[in-house]
Design a protein around this ligand. Structure first.
Ligand SMILES: *Cc1c(COP(=O)(O)O)cnc(C)c1O
Length: 525
């Protein structure tokens, strides 16, 4: 082979050279950034919670290309304030009630800062022993607080890992389960493998199945009902499995959810496992949001039966005061993960890995490089202590109960599904809307389907009015054909006064909608 290397002489302009990690500048700019964020947190309640910008707003405001010469932090921060902040939906606002919270804390922030500051890339043990060892210790600590059985802890031959998100936890466990079953039935059977979940399961499962090469026809979302609070029925699971087995398919993975995204429905883990184990199905529990609450003894019952499952995950970045990203995954048998995900290229070979005395977390996850995320979880656990963490969570639940009580007292509204944690699903009652319609037009003329559409449309308009105010932000769920408003309490800065203000706003917007708008001709657009 000819050598095509070209002799390139670096052309360095000495007037613009500066060290990208000049320590005086690091300190000066670092304090400036903390000042900036402190002011931001102090004022965040005054910004419109849901960003009100139009698509592509930012292109109109920023230059077409990157600057050639350096620019000072002051100018950059000024642009952040002027151009970036308007395009931020303020997840940390105390008036944020959308999706699920992205709860943060000083400890979580500082832990993230420390991890970034150290710049460690902890793919295997030797790359930074403390990163791996702290992670395994913190996962055992947290596993104990959740009362996970010993079999999920390192001391019991199981173990935990910090991934970035639940999507990754589901994908990794799905791939582990796939490899396990294929090693028994033969690689050529991949098209026959079946995944089970309820129709309330997060779309993360569908995506994971796509990536893992599961036949899309074999991802079975089993129907749930409002009357049973959208929980997956073990009976329905069994009958679906029996039909599949009869058709020559191979059941292999069940994703049960504790605290679904739409309504925080809870799949009964124990009874589902009783069904699954007869067919050798891997059971994963996705407790992305609600898992946190299980550090409180009164909520632990919702993961009863967890000793039977293969894997369990929750997001510490959702409702556990640990800044994004931080998903905690435990498995009973780590070799299931490593059998399917490990690689050992020459450049990573080292004595410690060769002896198999150490954990190489790269083999528990999708990516090679990984941040030292254990630092922030460790800092959260130490800075607040389990006692305070429980109090924070209970306080959010208490505020959700307050909100729920207000909703119940206004008989124009209904609680759509019973509240379990800090999410309240509610809407304007169909009867309220029917009553309002009959005052003006002829409600009785509307057929059932049309009537349901009107009820949904009015509730959607209510949500748009609420969010359009910029004062609070809430999102919706569409379940059992119904459009419902979701009020998720759990932003770190939220206090009861914010909840009361939010409820007054909901009532104001409902008054406006029912009083003015609907009495005129309700059109079915
Ligand atoms: C939020 C959520 C997810 C997705 O979490 P990511 O960390 O964003 O992947 C999955 N499942 C449930 C039940 C959730 O609430």
């Amino acid at each position: 082979m000819e050598n095509h290397a070209v002799d390139v002489k670096p052309q360095i302009n000495s007037t613009t050279i500066m060290n990208p990690l000049d320590l005086d500048e690091f300190k000066r700019q670092g304090y400036k950034m903390i000042d900036f964020l402190t002011d931001y947190y102090r004022n965040v309640a005054n910004y419109p919670v849901l960003s009100q910008v139009e698509p592509n707003y930012l292109r109109k405001r920023l230059p077409d290309s990157a600057p050639f010469d350096p620019q000072p932090i002051e100018a950059i921060l000024q642009d952040v304030q002027q151009h970036i902040i308007p395009g931020i939906s303020h997840w940390l606002s105390p008036n944020y009630f959308a999706y699920f919270p992205s709860s943060v804390s000083t400890a979580g922030f500082l832990g993230e800062m420390l991890s970034t500051g150290l710049g460690v890339v902890g793919f295997n043990w030797v790359a930074s022993p403390a990163a791996t060892e702290l992670e395994s210790i913190v996962m055992d600590w947290l596993g104990k607080e959740l009362s996970l059985p010993e079999t999920f802890l390192f001391s019991g031959k199981g173990g935990g890992v910090l991934l970035n998100t639940t999507c990754e936890a589901i994908l990794c466990t799905l791939v582990a389960a796939r490899e396990k079953v294929l090693s028994q039935v033969g690689k050529d059977k991949i098209n026959k493998l079946v995944v089970y979940a309820s129709d309330q399961t997060h779309s993360a499962l569908e995506k994971a199945a796509k990536i893992a090469g599961i036949n899309p026809k074999n991802v079975h979302a089993i129907k749930t009902k409002k009357s049973t609070s959208f929980a997956l029925s073990p009976k329905s699971l069994l009958s679906t499995i029996l039909i599949d087995v009869g058709n020559g398919l191979i059941p292999f993975f069940l994703c049960a959810t504790v605290g679904t995204t739409a309504t925080t429905a809870i799949d009964p883990i124990g009874p589902l496992c009783s069904v699954a184990k007869n067919f050798g199905i891997w059971v994963h529990v996705d407790a992305a949001y609600a898992g946190s609450a299980c550090i409180c003894p009164e909520f632990r019952i919702f993961i009863d039966g967890v000793e039977e499952v293969n894997s369990f995950s929750f997001n510490a970045h959702k409702w556990f005061f640990t800044n994004l990203c931080c998903c905690c995954l435990w498995v009973k048998d780590p070799s299931d993960l490593t059998n399917s995900l490990s690689t050992y290229p020459h450049f990573l070979r080292n004595k410690a890995s060769d002896t198999k005395q150490v954990i190489d977390y790269k083999d528990w996850q999708i990516t090679l490089s990984r941040k030292f995320n254990a630092l922030k979880l460790w800092m959260v656990l130490r800075s607040y202590g389990i006692g305070n963490l429980r109090n924070y969570l209970r306080n959010h639940v208490k505020m959700a109960i307050t909100f729920e009580e207000h909703v119940k007292l206004d008989n124009r509204f209904e609680i759509f599904t019973p509240r379990t944690f800090s999410l309240v699903c509610f809407r304007l009652k169909p009867s309220t809307i029917a009553h309002q319609l009959s005052n003006g037009t002829k409600a009785h003329k509307y057929g059932n389907d049309e009537y349901v559409k009107i009820v949904n449309k009015v509730n959607k308009e209510l949500l748009e009015l609420i969010n359009g105010s910029g004062k609070v932000y809430m999102t919706h769920a569409f379940v059992a054909g119904a459009f419902v408003l979701r009020c998720a309490i759990g932003a770190t800065l939220t206090e009861e006064k914010h909840v009361i203000m939010m409820w007054k706003l909901v009532q104001d917007k409902a008054n406006f909608l029912l009083g003015n708008k609907l009495l005129k001709a309700p059109s079915l657009a």
